[in-house]
Write a protein that binds this ligand. Structure first.
Ligand SMILES: Nc1nc2c(ncn2[C@@H]2O[C@H](COP(=O)(O)OP(=O)(O)O)[C@@H](O)[C@H]2O)c(=O)[nH]1
Ligand SMILES: [Mg+2]
Length: 323
């Protein structure tokens, strides 16, 4: 039996088996594991972070996994270490997609200094894995230089991932329609870098035009990160010079957030948000601790759907019940 200290030591030495084991412990819903998981998180919290957390978003098929594979491989080849965490809301339905992504990152998964962790099925908080923040902490303790969090461009996912990362990178493609890609949903407003992806072959020209269009549009937006105008670039996983270019921009961004203190301020704010999220889930858990409460709420839902009461009346009944 491995002790938590031994597991922690393994994580510190960037042993990916230890890291996987640690994440499995964190993700466990068993009450007996909670204490150990908390111990591990507390140990990890003592390690100062040097990682840059990068959130990656974009509609399915835009090329997120391929991008992480290409750019991650570039980083690893240049001596950096890379961890990839995937948030895949479809994974609970089609478990095959987990494997799909891992095999798709075929080049990166062969690198020594990389760690790829697909999302577990279920246990999601607004689509984003509940334990994602703790998982990030473990990767940081392991000392990964870059942590990529891949999400899918649906619903609240991006907002949640933004609240866990330092840099938010949005992938788009020319000709897919702004509406569909979230341009009007404000996704661009939370992005620090927008890449017009698959800018190769017969899409090269169209991508350059889309880039120019987005460049004009972002001038009217409030930047997601103070002092950093949202950067729009074209990108192709087939062109290695694009990686070098992007790396240069990401480094400038990192220098900017470090020198201005934005990163520490942002992380403190994110910590508060994390606390709020935890508070909500704890309150929720306590509220539904008794099966009577579950029955009570289910009964109210029945009354709402049959039109006997409305949501306001129902919630007042809940408040009275709690008094
Ligand atoms: N031409 C071209 N195809 C790409 C590029 N990046 C990804 N693809 C293709 O687009 C498809 C979807 O890519 P994937 O990375 O799975 O997208 P995801 O759903 O956003 O993760 C795959 O068939 C890729 O081969 C690129 O830069 N250029
Ligand atoms: Mg993918």
């Amino acid at each position: 039996m491995q002790t938590i200290q031994e597991l922690f030591d393994g994580i510190l030495s960037q042993n990916s088996r230890a890291l996987s084991k640690g994440i499995t412990l964190i993700e466990s819903n068993l009450e007996t594991d909670t204490y150990k998981a908390n111990q591990l998180v507390e140990l990890c919290l003592q390690i100062p972070s040097k990682s840059l957390r990068i959130g990656i978003s974009g509609i399915p098929g835009v090329g997120k996994s391929t991008f992480i594979d290409t750019f991650g491989t570039y980083l690893c080849s240049n001596g950096y270490s890379v961890a990839v965490l995937a948030v895949d809301p479809t994974s609970s339905i089609s478990k095959g997609s987990i494997l799909g992504d891992k095999t798709r990152m075929s080049s990166l998964s062969q690198m020594q200094n990389c760690f790829i962790r697909p999302s577990p099925s279920g246990g999601s908080l607004g689509g984003v894995t509940k334990k994602m923040r703790e998982t990030i902490l473990l990767c940081e303790a392991a000392g990964y230089d870059y942590i990529f969090i891949e999400t899918v461009g649906v619903g609240q996912n991006e907002i949640t991932v933004r609240s866990m990362t330092d840099l938010f990178l949005l992938l788009m493609i020319a000709g897919a329609g702004d509406e569909l890609q979230g341009f009007k949903r404000g996704i661009t407003e939370i992005s620090d870098i927008i890449l017009v992806n698959k800018a190769d072959g017969d899409q090269k020209m169209a991508s350059a035009l889309t880039k120019a269009e987005y460049q004009r549009a972002v001038k009217f937006l409030t930047p997601s990160t103070a002092g950093w105008e949202t950067l729009v670039q074209t990108f192709s996983s087939l062109d290695s010079s694009d990686c070098e270019n992007l790396f240069h921009h990401i480094t400038s961004f990192n220098t900017h957030i470090l020198s201005t203190g934005i990163v520490s301020q942002r992380r403190r704010e994110q910590e508060i948000q994390w606390f709020d999220d935890l508070l909500h889930s704890i309150a929720f858990m306590y509220f539904f601790h008794s099966s009577l409460r579950i029955e009570f709420v289910n009964d109210l839902k029945k009354q709402i759907s049959s039109g006997t009461i409305n949501a306001t009346i129902a919630i007042n009944k809940v408040v009275n019940e709690m008094k």
